[in-house]
Design a protein around this ligand. Sequence first.
Ligand SMILES: [Ca+2]
Ligand SMILES: [Ca+2]
Length: 196
Amino acid sequence: MSAISGSMRTWRIISILAVATALFFAAQAAFADEPDAQGPQGQDLIVARNGRGIVQVRKISNTVAQARADTTYGTLISTVVNVPVGGASFFDMRFSAESACYAGGTDTDWCTVRILVNGVEANPVVGTDFAFDSTDGGRETSGSWESHAMERYTNCLQPGNYSVIVQWASVNLAGAIPTFRLDDWTLAIERVQGCV
Ligand SMILES: [Ca+2]
Ligand SMILES: [Ca+2]
C-alpha cells in the first residue's frame, strides 16, 4: 500500500464516520420532539382511541354555585348513557366550569376533577395528580374565578348502560384544606361509534 492510497483510505474512513455521526444526531433530533412513552413509574402514558363518528350527544349544565373543602371525592353530577346494539363505542367527555380554588394555606394545594364511567376513571387516568385549578401557593382568593376545562375519553364500550359521574375533590399537602368552588359548568358527552 502506498502512502497516498493509505491517506485516501484514512480520509474515506473519516468521511464515513462523519456521515454516520451526522445521521445519528439527526435521528436523535427527530425523536427529541416525540412524547416519551414511558412515565416516571414506567407505565405507558399514551393511550389512543379511534372512532368513525359521533352518533349521540348529551349536554348537562348547572348555574348553581357549589363549594366544598374535602379531600375525598364528591359527586358533582351523575348520568346514564346507553350504548345500543350495533357496535362498540367510546365516550368523549368534556367538563368546563367557572372555578376557584383557595384558602388552603401557603402550601401548593390544588383542586381536582375526575370522570368515572361505570366506576372506571376515563383516560388519561391520573387520579388526584390532575390539577383542574390550584391555590397558587395561597395567592388565590374566593374571588379568583377562572374558566377551566378538561377532556376525557373511555375505552371501547360494548352495548349496555353506562353511568358517567363527574367527581371533585381538594388536594391538600399541608395545613388547611383548600376550598373548591364550581359554578356555571357544562358536561358534554359524545358517543363515538366504531371504536377501535
Ligand atoms: Ca393546605
Ligand atoms: Ca385558580
